[in-house]
Design a protein around this ligand. Structure first.
Ligand SMILES: Cc1ncc(COP(=O)(O)O)c(C=O)c1O
Length: 398
């Protein structure tokens, strides 16, 4: 089945009490019981199919897991309370019983840096950073540091660099490391990371997967061989996503391929319009021919159902000669594009990395990453692209 059909049909349709609900039921129960105590004991021991306690498993969550695993081309999946908790679970699984060393991309979401430096480092995990867009340098770092785990973002936040995920996976595997890929910006509608060699795929479900600014959630997809470890960790740490959020995420995913196609189409139009405007110093968008990773994105990203090339729904741009004051003036002048955090929603929204996603990094660290005070990160929505462009241009005129 194709992605569009899987998104709509995979997971969830289970007969119960003599009928089958067309929409996935939301099972809010935290616990379950059976005709006899022995039956419950069997389920609890894993010797019979069923549910005992929602931290160990829930039918609505399992429907979502089946749906996302189908879109990722197999394996197993778990949902968590946020993208950060999915990432933490992935790194914990990749490091369990192995040397506590990570090689991470040197271009990550701000909170991910803090997870590595503020949480994992004090627990004894040593992280070395390297440039994933320079595979030779990355391989040298992996050979020297000998990590159990390699971590990257399929499209980096916020500068939208695209590493060759298959080359990085080959490097990781050659040196005995697992690849954890944060695919929040791509989703399975744009990148099939399992097929390219990722061992653990992380999504912030808060973003394109749910897509409507009404869920905080995370998804972890992994090979079946990792299922016993990941599920044990999850049952003990308890990062579970609640049943209602599972339902909303599943509902969002049903239209994911359609929405991604619209996000990508609109983002291309917006990126080109911004590039032509003299008030814009630079546009970062993998769909532009002058983007440093245009060729990698062209090779790795899936086309839309109609065959149209897709390069993602995110566009970052730098306003010429702007500091915080000018950026605030621009943000305050927007009428349609929402100035907020997050990304991947049906509406266009713009965030200011220096004050949001990368606020917790020092100005020096931000400068090293290329995140200046004039950089904005735009998540292009599914509105009419002319309306989005018109709003951005009128706000730039300010
Ligand atoms: C690339 C990336 N990974 C992970 C996260 C964390 O997701 P959440 O906010 O759902 O915890 C974000 C959030 O913006 C992100 O951009």
């Amino acid at each position: 089945m194709k992605l569009e059909s899987l998104a709509v049909h995979a997971g969830g349709r289970k007969p119960s009490a003599g009928f089958t609900a067309a929409a996935t039921p939301i099972h809010v129960s935290s616990s379950y019981f059976y005709g006899t105590a022995a039956e419950l004991a069997k389920v609890e021991a894993g010797n019979a199919e069923g549910y005992s306690y929602t931290r160990h498993g829930n039918p609505t969550a399992d429907a979502l897991h089946e749906q996302i695993a189908a879109l990722e081309g197999g394996g197993a999946a778990l949902s968590t309370a946020s993208g950060m908790s999915a990432l933490h679970l992935a790194l914990s699984a990749a490091l369990t019983g192995r040397p506590q060393r990570i090689v991470a991309a040197n271009m990550l979401f701000g909170q991910t840096y803090l997870l590595l430096s503020g949480v994992m480092e004090p627990q004894g995990v040593e992280t070395r950073f390297a440039d994933p867009c320079d595979p030779d340098a990355f391989e040298r770092a992996v050979a020297e540091h000998r990590p159990s785990c390699v971590l990257l973002e399929a499209v980096s936040n916020p500068l939208l660099r695209v590493a060759e995920l298959d080359r990085i996976a080959a490097i990781a595997h050659e040196h005995g490391a697992a690849l954890v890929a944060d695919c929040t910006f791509t989703t399975p509608a744009l990148l099939q990371a399992r097929g390219l060699g990722a061992d653990f795929i992380v999504h912030s479900g808060t973003k394109h997967l749910a897509g409507h600014a009404d869920v905080l959630g995370g998804i972890l997809v992994y090979a079946n061989e990792h299922a016993p470890l990941v599920e044990d960790l999850s049952q003990t740490l308890g990062p579970n996503l609640g049943p209602f959020e599972c339902y909303l995420t599943m509902r969002g995913i049903k239209t994911l391929p359609l929405r991604m196609a619209a996000h990508c189409r609109n983002a291309g139009i917006v990126a080109r319009a911004l590039q032509e405007d003299e008030r814009i110093l630079r546009v970062h968008y993998p769909g532009l021919a002058d983007h440093p990773d245009h060729d990698a994105a062209s090779r790795l990203f899936l086309p839309a159902a109609g065959g149209e090339k897709q390069y993602g729904g995110m566009v970052s741009f730098e306003i010429a000669s702007a500091g915080r004051q000018e950026v605030f003036r621009f943000l305050n002048a927007l009428k349609l594009v929402v100035r907020t955090l997050s990304l991947g929603d049906v509406h266009s929204l713009v965030s200011y990395p220096a004050m949001s996603s990368h606020r917790n990094l020092s100005p020096k660290h931000r400068a090293r990453l290329g995140i200046g005070d004039n950089l904005l990160r735009l998540s292009v929505g599914i509105e009419d692209p002319e309306d989005i462009v018109e709003d951005l241009l009128q706000a730039l005129r300010g």
